[in-house]
Design a protein around this ligand. Structure first.
Ligand SMILES: [Zn+2]
Length: 198
């Protein structure tokens, strides 16, 4: 379990085969002003490589209501960091695809007939064993699709490359098109987003 609150807005490429170099991705985010420096050593506490939000953060991420808990700086030393949440950003660049799902995962829908798959948790171990080849078969319409093609309704995602904006609660904020386009230019495919809530 994370030592700090784990609520995230996660951006990821729609194409499961998309990959990116970590420094190239960080370069795009830095140039866009989404991220600033890495967190200072003393405030890291399991957040190695995480970045403070950049000066243009609010141009790229629109908060939809008032967000009274929103903080952009780490807690001062001595403050209770375990319960204090602040916005910071990390990236994930791997060779393999991961499933990012928190406690808010909604049962996915068949992309063809929209039937809801309530047994999705039973399918995950089979996906994990053979992520490249495992396909879901819809019990309603018979369509066969890879797991990432199901409609997870912005509650989970599959990706090798992703940008994690920590401290954002369910449906609280959305990424703006300009940011998604910058990311698209890096990976040559459109990007999507979802919420991962602990
Ligand atoms: Zn179906």
């Amino acid at each position: 379990m994370a030592e700090f609150p784990d609520n995230r807005l996660i951006l990821y490429p729609r194409a499961i085969g998309a990959r990116a170099n970590r420094s190239a991705l960080l370069g795009v985010l830095k140039d866009a002003g989404l991220i600033a420096d890495e967190l200072a050593r003393e405030s890291v506490n399991g957040m190695e490589g995480h970045h403070l939000v950049g000066e243009r953060f609010f141009e790229h991420v629109s908060f939809l209501g008032c967000s009274p808990h929103l903080k952009l700086e780490p807690p001062e030393q001595g403050e209770d960091s375990g319960t204090d949440e602040f916005c910071h950003i990390s990236v994930s660049c791997d060779d393999n695809v991961s499933f990012f799902g928190g406690n808010n995962v909604r049962a996915p829908q068949c992309p063809q007939c929209k039937a809801v798959e309530n047994d999705w948790q039973a399918l995950m171990p089979r996906w994990e064993k053979a992520p490249e080849v495992f396909t879901y078969q819809c019990t309603e319409c018979g369509a066969t699709k890879p797991m990432h093609m199901l409609n997870w309704r912005r509650s989970a995602g599959f990706a090798a490359v992703s940008v994690h904006i920590w401290g954002v609660h369910q449906s609280e904020a959305v990424p703006n098109d300009g940011l998604l386009k910058e990311l698209e230019a890096l990976t040559f495919c459109p990007w999507e987003y979802f919420y991962r809530i602990s």
